[in-house]
Design a binder for this molecule. Structure first.
Ligand code: FAD
Length: 281
């Protein structure tokens, strides 16, 4: 349980951090909730750890009109308790409140969680349902990637070597929108065996807009596009929910087989949509 020897730097600005991660076997350290256990188990053996903890202004949370900007180093607790996020993007605050336990939420960061890209992490479901964007930067350039194109595979994202997540952008929700994050958590870790983020806008008796993000079921989070389409076209809930995960690769492990996970995803989708509908005005 002792990591391999490594060098440690704590840059005090972003440019310095970019220089330090430019080459070699380097890893940035955010909250350390995933990286440190991996290093202790020697599943990660970086030669150099670059701690982002002293880089200022990476944990800001603010709204600019219709978009909320959240710095990569905002902790899960910051996201859960931010007045801006609770008022203007409550789905994300609700999702953050479901992560791990209080210690994990106090140390773990939004940027670290999405960069780590655990297939059972909670944020990715909300970020794809919110059609959020990830702002990525390196010493040379900056780009913005839609959340749906950021999560590529288990522990694999669109980040290239030398790049950092600097900010997450989410649209401020329309006041009339209903939302819900529902998950079946693993009894030991709290990670999502399946997690469903739902956003619903009603029109009359129907559903004008449905966005359903899924985590835990497959190798990476995804939007349940067919379920959304069926909900928006007035199909019965059972039919819409039954389409979730159809034809999608599903994870299978000691806790839940692929078929059981698909079943769980549908059960939790039904629950998430039902709550989102009651919250939509
Ligand atoms: P770190 O551990 O510091 O880093 C993780 C990885 O991301 C490293 O590879 C690092 O180099 C990279 N990285 C960090 N920041 C950046 C950046 N800005 N740009 C590019 N790369 C970066 N998660 C859930 O979603 N749901 C849960 O229920 C849950 N339960 C947990 C329970 C326990 C007991 C523990 C220990 C963790 C749990 N987690 C859970 C994971 C937790 O959310 C972590 O906080 C998260 O996975 C990593 O965030 P971090 O800030 O700690 O990143």
């Amino acid at each position: 349980m002792i990591p391999q020897e490594f060098d440690y730097s704590a840059p005090t600005n972003l440019q310095e951090a970019f220089q330090l991660i430019a080459d070699g076997e380097r890893k940035v350290l955010a909250g350390g909730m995933s990286l440190i256990p991996l290093m202790k188990l020697r599943l990660a053996t970086p030669e150099h750890v670059v701690d982002l903890g002293r880089v200022p202004d990476l944990n800001h949370i603010g709204d600019e009109g219709s978009v909320i900007h959240i710095g990569a180093m905002a902790t899960h607790h910051d996201v859960e308790t931010s007045a801006v996020i609770r008022a203007r993007c409550p789905l994300l605050a609700e999702t953050a409140s479901n992560i791990g336990d209080v210690q994990v939420r106090n140390r773990g960061t939004l940027g670290g969680s999405i960069a780590h890209a655990d297939p059972s992490a909670d944020y990715p479901a909300a970020l794809v349902a919110l059609e959020g964007k990830i702002r990525i930067a390196s010493a040379k350039a900056e780009r913005t990637v839609p959340a749906a194109a950021f999560f590529l595979d288990p522990f694999t994202t669109a980040l290239e070597p030398g790049e950092l997540v600097v900010e997450v952008l989410v649209p401020a929700e329309a006041g009339s929108e209903g939302y819900r994050y529902e998950k079946l958590e693993h009894p030991a870790s709290g990670f999502a065996i399946v997690g469903i983020a739902a956003r619903i806008q009603k029109s009359g008796r129907g559903i004008a807009m449905a966005r359903i993000g899924v985590t835990g079921l497959g190798p990476h989070a995804f939007r349940a596009l067919e379920t959304e389409r069926l909900l928006e076209s007035g199909a019965e809930m059972e039919k819409a929910v039954a389409s979730l995960g159809e034809g999608e690769e599903a994870n299978s492990d000691l806790y839940a087989s692929a078929d059981y996970r698909r079943h769980l995803a549908r059960v939790h989708a039904r629950r998430a949509i039902a709550v989102a509908l009651t919250r939509a005005s």
